[in-house]
Design a protein around this ligand. Structure first.
Ligand SMILES: Cc1cc2nc3c(=O)[nH]c(=O)nc-3n(C[C@H](O)[C@H](O)[C@H](O)COP(=O)(O)OP(=O)(O)OC[C@H]3O[C@@H](n4cnc5c(N)ncnc54)[C@H](O)[C@@H]3O)c2cc1C
Length: 478
């Protein structure tokens, strides 16, 4: 009898945990799985903490419902009853001294009509007229990847870019739209242009062809997203060797073609397959010895640092009722806060007294703010929120959470870079990559990426069973 294959998953964030979970479900032959996590806890950037008497997400707070992998994993782990939709999902923009409602029906950040934008008064008449040029000028397919900023400014003008696209698309990635790739982040924009009738008409036509999604856009977990991590760890505990506080230091290929993994503790493990579910800089270091071209490409993926500041206020401190989910701040306003979630209004389970809000600071061109001392950060953020939201009085409680170099920047040419990485890894069969650095930063995209790496490993270990599983899993995700 052959020995069981050994798969080592490196990184215990949502990607690594989802991959290990899928591996245990799809592997038909005896497979031993070990998961190594450098930190003392699992979950990576997913952090739920006790704050002002409630379970509060300091990192990610919700997953996109449209990517089925997140909700499906919650169902598999018995968490379906804990999934909650926002009680209020109307976002605002803090611009030119006021909070203004963002237009409804935004298609990749672009409003679907003039009337919707007029009503919000986010664009000046001149800015709106400039955006309207898009309706008159025919468009051509992109022949090469370009930045979101250059495409949107060319079609809709500077103001629409600064007031709508940069806060929405740049905000999600904590990046600069002038550096971020259209093809990797907003392929809908490229597809809309390719229809030949401009951005807005192309997006509208695509929306007409796609059935409108039913149900909420986002889903959270009532006890916080870390309950998904806890459930995964509980589920894996009897099936996988889970090792926290156990960093992988280096990776080498043995003369027999297996992998030798040197741990920070001095121990060495042998593995047949290694899945690196770690941020790109860590993957780059680990691959330097066995796949130098892939390591060099991974080293080029930049990251932005961010911090979140949770604040609790007595209800009577807020003069303006929280009638939405929060607000975004255009970069052109030169504020420290980039976005603020009105947590108590957005999520019913966070409602009540005191009122909770959560601000974000930091992006790829602002490394300074997330590095400020806690008390200074809280003071600056409170002052800005007081101005935007008409708050009188001080916060009762505040909590700063830092996420250093946590959000990968999909620069122009990102997909081509992924192609080169994949080609280089073909020279090191048995090494796999998954996570936020590659095919989507959101939790759903990370789960999908981890699961698809697990399917690839299962298929390599047992080609017949692997391809059957891949087909049934694809059918299940619809
Ligand atoms: C502040 C913030 C808010 C966000 N909000 C949302 C949101 O609301 N919705 C959403 O969908 N997405 C959100 N995201 C994005 C999403 O949460 C992340 O992209 C995703 O959770 C990343 O998961 P991951 O497992 O790929 O990486 P990580 O969570 O970074 O996990 C990687 C793990 O690898 C470990 N590791 C690194 N090196 C080694 C090594 N050598 N050996 C062993 N282990 C190692 C690390 O310790 C870490 O635990 C947010 C991100 C941030 C930072």
């Amino acid at each position: 009898m052959s020995r069981p294959a050994h798969v080592v998953v490196v990184g215990g964030g949502i990607t690594g945990l989802a991959a290990a979970h899928r591996l245990t479900r799809v592997s038909s032959r005896d497979v031993q799985v070990t998961l190594l996590e450098a930190g003392e806890r699992f979950g990576g950037v997913i952090r739920t903490r006790q704050f002002a008497g409630r379970r509060f997400d300091c990192g990610p707070e919700a997953m996109l419902a449209a990517i089925p992998h997140g909700p499906r994993l919650c169902h598999e782990l018995g968490l379906a009853g804990e999934l909650v939709a926002p009680a209020n999902d109307q976002p605002f923009l803090w611009t030119r001294g006021s909070l203004r409602r963002l237009p409804p029906r935004l298609l990749a950040g672009v409003p679907d009509g003039t009337r919707a934008v007029l009503a919000t008064r986010i664009l000046s008449p001149l800015g709106l007229a400039r955006a309207g040029v898009d309706l008159l000028a025919p468009s051509r397919p992109l022949t090469t990847d370009v930045s979101i900023g250059s495409l949107v400014r060319r079609r809709l003008g500077r103001e629409a870019h600064e007031q709508l696209i940069e806060p929405l698309l740049g905000g999600i990635h904590a990046g600069e739209c002038d550096a971020l790739s259209v093809r990797a982040i907003a392929p809908q924009l490229a597809a809309a242009l390719a229809r030949g009738h401009g951005l807005v008409r192309g997006l509208r036509a695509a929306a007409r062809e796609t059935p409108a999604p039913v149900g909420p856009t986002f889903l959270a977990l009532e006890d916080g997203l870390e309950s998904l991590i806890v459930a995964l760890v509980e589920h894996l505990a009897t099936r996988v060797e889970l090792r926290a506080g156990c960093a992988l230091e280096s990776l080498a290929v043995t003369p027999g073609g297996a992998f030798a993994l040197a741990l920070a503790s001095g121990e060495t493990l042998q593995a047949d397959h290694v899945l690196l579910a770690v941020p790109a800089p860590a993957a780059s270091r680990l691959l330097a010895g066995i796949a130098p071209p892939a390591a060099a490409e991974l080293g080029e993926i930049d990251y932005a640092s961010v911090a979140t500041i949770a604040l609790a206020y007595p209800p009577d401190a807020l003069r303006r009722p929280l009638t939405g989910s929060g607000f975004l701040v255009p970069r052109s306003e030169h504020r420290t806060v980039t976005a603020c979630t009105w947590s108590s209004a957005k999520w019913a389970h966070l409602g009540g007294d005191p009122v909770l809000v959560r601000a974000s600071v930091g992006h790829s061109a602002d490394e300074r703010s997330p590095a400020l001392a806690d008390d200074e950060l809280v003071r600056i953020v409170h002052d800005e929120l007081a101005g935007a939201m008409d708050i009188r009085g001080e916060p009762l409680e505040a909590r700063v959470s830092r996420f250093e170099r946590s959000l990968p920047q999909y620069a122009v040419g990102h997909l081509e870079r992924l192609g080169r990485i994949e080609a280089a890894l073909a020279e090191a069969p048995g090494v796999h990559l998954a996570g936020a650095a590659y095919r989507g930063v959101g939790i759903g995209a990370c789960i999908r990426d981890g699961e698809s790496a697990a399917l690839a490993i299962a298929a390599a270990l047992d080609p017949a069973a692997g391809s059957a599983q891949a087909t049934s899993t694809r059918q299940a995700s619809g």
